[in-house]
Structure formats: structure tokens, C-alpha cells
Design a protein around this ligand. Structure first.
Ligand code: ATP
Length: 306
């Protein structure tokens, strides 16, 4: 199997703002090319600090950062030219219009003026390009922030909580925009969030950080598999609820009886088969056993509380 190319890789990244306990402890973060990597963790976990180090906005103390296989410590400017980013709220000039903000940056990046209209169109701000940014809603500002980040069409986009302050509709639009960028332009995207539910439908890979340590890293499927292995909940429908409950409890499982079903939490696949066999042996008609994968949010909480 071919080893995946990593767009971003940190090795043993440790960082402290003061000489007291470090806020990042040996972070090994790996972002595969072409992926959408969700960097998750509760407030204060260390997400922004990690992203700032990756973008050269904080000085590396211990460890290494490489982008597109190149050590950031060597040739930082050249490497970062291929990265677009938005850390915390976007830096925009309120007294200028959306177009003027992008035109200013266009000079810095030395990109063609066509890029301005393309970026505005991508984030759906073409109609609003002549409005002053001070009159923009939060969602419009976030979208313009993304337009700034992708103005020079970088192959890698790093966004720190871009859905912050957006309403549900704004979040859906942001997800659609990032998906489109990833699919149509192959842009690798790193997006941080403190809510798994918010980016679950977007990301292909997940890194979970808590108290400065990486607690999980892998594909979304791997995280979902972990959910199923650890936390299977099943509902059983039979023709005799009281007898079903009794048998399930005799087998050592706690259960709840709902309307027309019995619910068992935390049961392994092997034990589901045992319960089924016991019910059938007791002449109970089993109409259905359905597995209810517990919400990813639960496993997220479980991972960070471990
Ligand atoms: P949030 O979701 O709230 O933005 P985060 O996961 O991005 O959180 P960081 O902002 O990286 O977390 O903060 C990690 C830790 O570092 C926190 O304990 C925070 O208080 C501390 N910290 C962040 N910035 C500074 C700073 N400039 N000086 C001192 N401590 C800081």
C-alpha cells in the first residue's frame, strides 16, 4: 500500500506560553493530501496554538512542523505561500468594500484581478462586493475571510473555527463551500471546531485534542467504528415485552422497556447473538433487533474524558 502524502505533519510538538506546564504536549498531527481534517477539542484544548505554530505565527519551541514535506523552519515564506488561512476572526478593513479588501491583498500576493471576482463568486459575495465590510453580517465577514484565505488559490487551507458565530444556515453554507473547494479544486482543508456535530458531515479525517494531548487521530470511519465497538445500543422487538425484559436481565444486561421494544445499552455483538438465541429458545417471537449507533458526539465526550 502506498504511504499517503502528508500535507501537514507535526512531530512531537510541545509548546508553553510560560515556563509552567506546556499547553501542547508532543502533538503528532498528520493531514493527508486531499483530505478534510477536522481538528476537534473543547475550549482551551490547544487547537489555535497548534494551528498558529503550523502557520509560523508562534515560534516553535520543541518539535517540528513540515508542510508539503518541507521543514517549516527552513524556507518558511516559500512554504506558507502555498497555504491560505483564517485564524480566529478574519482581519478585514471595515471602511473598505469586500472588493477593495481583496484588491489590497491581490497586490500583496501579486495575483491577477480575475482572482478577486472568482473568490467573491466562490463565497457567494458577488452581489455584495461593493458594500462596506463594516456593514457586513458576521456570516458575510466569515465568508469574506475565506475569500481572503483562498484568493491566491492555495492547495492547503487552514481555518480556525470558521463557523464561529454563524447561524445554522450559515454553517450549512460554509460546509457546502468547503466541500466544493475540496472536491473541485482538490484543496486540502484543516478546520478546527469544538463541536463534532458541526463538522461531522464535512470531514474525512479527525484529530481530537484535549488538554494539549492528541487523544485520537484517524479517519471518520475509524472513529465511527470505535463508537460501534465501544457503545452498541440495540432495540429488540418481540411479541412478549415482559418476558423479553426478564430474559435480558437474567443474562446480566440492564435494559429499558419502551413502547413495543426493549432497549439494551453497551452490549457486544457476541452478546446480542446470545440474547437472540435465548429469546428464541424461550419461544418468544423476535420481530427485529436493530443496532443504534450512539452519536459521535458521545464518543467525542468519552475520548476527551478518558
Ligand atoms: P478555543 O476553542 O477556546 O479557541 P483552543 O483549543 O483553540 O481553544 P488555545 O487557544 O490554543 O485553545 O489555548 C490553549 C491554552 O493556552 C489555554 O489554556 C489558553 O488559556 C492558553 N493560551 C492561549 N493563548 C495564550 C496566550 N497568548 N498567553 C497565555 N496563554 C494562552
Amino acid at each position: 500500500m502506498q504511504t499517503p502524502l502528508h500535507c501537514v505533519e507535526t512531530r512531537s510538538l510541545t509548546f508553553g506560553y510560560s515556563s509552567t506546564e506546556p499547553v501542547l504536549k508532543s502533538i503528532d498531527l498528520k493531514v493527508e493530501q486531499g483530505s478534510i481534517y477536522g481538528f476537534l477539542g473543547p475550549n482551551g484544548a490547544g487547537k489555535t496554538t497548534t494551528l498558529r505554530l503550523i502557520l509560523g505565527l508562534l515560534k516553535i519551541q520543541t518539535g517540528q512542523v513540515s508542510i508539503f514535506g518541507k521543514d517549516l523552519a527552513k524556507g518558511r515564506l516559500e512554504i506558507l505561500r502555498q497555504v491560505g488561512s483564517m485564524i480566529e476572526s478574519p482581519s478585514l478593513y471595515g471602511h473598505l468594500t469586500a472588493y477593495e479588501n481583496l484588491a489590497l491583498l491581490c497586490k500583496v500576493y501579486r495575483c491577477s484581478t480575475d482572482a478577486i471576482n472568482q473568490a467573491l463568486e466562490l463565497v457567494d459575495l458577488t452581489q455584495t462586493k461593493n458594500k462596506k465590510v463594516s456593514q457586513f453580517s458576521l456570516g458575510m465577514k466569515q465568508r469574506l475571510g475565506i475569500a481572503v484565505a483562498l484568493l491566491h488559490r492555495p492547495p492547503l487551507l487552514i481555518l480556525d473555527e470558521p463557523t464561529n458565530g454563524l447561524d445554522p444556515n450559515g454553517i450549512i453554507e460554509m460546509r457546502a463551500l468547503l466541500k466544493k473547494l475540496n472536491k473541485e479544486s482538490g484543496t486540502t482543508i484543516v478546520i478546527s471546531s469544538h463541536l463534532l456535530a458541526e463538522i461531522e458531515k464535512l470531514v474525512s479525517h479527525v484529530g481530537i485534542i484535549h488538554q494539549g494531548k492528541m487523544r485520537f487521530q484517524g479517519t471518520l470511519e475509524k472513529l465511527q467504528l470505535l463508537t460501534r465497538q465501544n457503545n452498541d445500543t440495540v432495540t429488540i422487538e418481540t411479541d412478549n415485552m415482559p418476558a423479553t425484559k426478564e430474559i435480558v436481565e437474567q443474562l446480566g444486561h440492564r435494559c429499558e422497556v419502551g413502547e413495543g421494544y426493549v432497549l439494551i445499552k453497551n452490549i457486544t455483538k457476541a452478546n446480542i447473538a446470545v440474547v437472540n438465541a435465548s429469546l428464541v429458545a424461550s419461544s418468544i417471537n423476535v420481530y427485529g433487533i436493530s443496532s443504534q449507533t450512539s452519536y459521535l458526539e458521545n464518543i467525542f465526550m468519552e475520548i476527551i474524558n478518558r
